[in-house]
Design a protein around this ligand. Structure first.
Ligand SMILES: CC(C)(COP(=O)(O)OP(=O)(O)OC[C@H]1O[C@@H](n2cnc3c(N)ncnc32)[C@H](O)[C@@H]1OP(=O)(O)O)[C@@H](O)C(=O)NCCC(=O)NCCS
Length: 239
């Protein structure tokens, strides 16, 4: 095994990869050209995403639905090219519980990095390329998202996505809206909760706007940045 590759079982979520991993190589696929071995790699990736993940089954359902927009991004490392280390899909999917405010319902979905390769910037590489594809190739203004994963929500916020505040306030009917916001702030700042998943509900909604003008529009419609949300609670985010 080379110096830059991870040792141990990359599908084991307790395993920590050593530093120094090179950036991933990204591949893109449309609906009709996903190779069989890539699908196999995705199955392995998604079954390791989190406990009882159904992400592979959801991907196959997405493909069968033949959405207008569909682009699969796959990350591999040059020294272990047979493994799919990460993936994301940019696709049209209209959720009835989301108000798209007049924008096309294009989402970032099926986002996952193998446990052994997390926190090495592969997730950031994937979402950066997804944004480039959506904004430059498709000329969209915003990418939507929704997630029940505290770790992913923390990362999305760090990477500039805005949270829909009402979806945080209403995340549990058993707590007051104010408490739900406080708990959310804890989930996205305390590393203990990286693997915490909201047990029910439609998830926390997100929007990643292409530019400041679009961001301002979303802020006027109830969206908030991670920094602003934490600052309002008096939580210092400076490094
Ligand atoms: C979310 C995810 C794709 C990020 O991939 P990544 O390659 O680790 O992303 P990056 O290295 O660019 O960023 C790492 C950040 O992800 C977040 N993160 C979320 N879950 C994490 C985990 N289990 N381990 C490490 N980091 C995690 C942290 O905020 C971390 O920031 P930090 O390294 O500064 O502490 C990856 O953690 C993952 O696959 N999680 C499980 C599947 C999932 O929740 N998918 C999202 C569905 S909406």
């Amino acid at each position: 095994m080379s110096e830059t590759s991870a040792t141990g079982d990359p599908f084991n979520s307790e395993f920590a990869a050593p530093g120094g991993l090179p950036p991933a190589r990204l591949e893109r696929f449309g609906l009709d050209n996903i190779p069989a071995d890539t699908l196999q790699g995705l199955q392995a990736l998604y079954s390791a995403a989190y406990h009882n993940a159904q992400m592979y089954e959801d991907l196959i359902a997405d493909i069968e639905r033949q959405p207008d927009v569909f682009q699969l991004l796959v990350a591999r490392l040059d020294d272990q090219p047979e493994i799919v280390v990460g993936a994301e899909v940019i696709e049209t999917k209209e959720h009835p519980f989301i108000d798209y405010l007049g924008y096309p319902p294009v989402h970032g979905k099926r986002f996952s990095v193998l446990p052994a390769f997390r926190s090495r910037g592969i997730g950031r590489q994937l979402i950066t390329e997804g944004r480039r594809y959506a904004f430059e190739d498709l000329d969209l203004s915003v990418i939507f998202g929704e997630s029940n994963e505290a770790g992913a929500l923390s990362m999305y916020g760090r990477e500039g996505s805005l949270y829909f505040l009402d979806s945080i306030k209403n995340s549990s009917r058993r707590n007051s809206p104010e408490d739900n916001v406080r708990f959310f702030a804890e989930f996205i700042t305390n590393p203990l909760f990286r693997r915490y998943r909201y047990p029910q509900g439609d998830g926390i909604r997100l929007a990643y706007p292409r530019d400041e003008q679009t961001a301002q529009f979303f802020r006027q419609h109830g969206y908030v940045s991670k920094d602003d949300l934490l600052a309002k609670l008096g939580i210092d985010t400076s490094p």
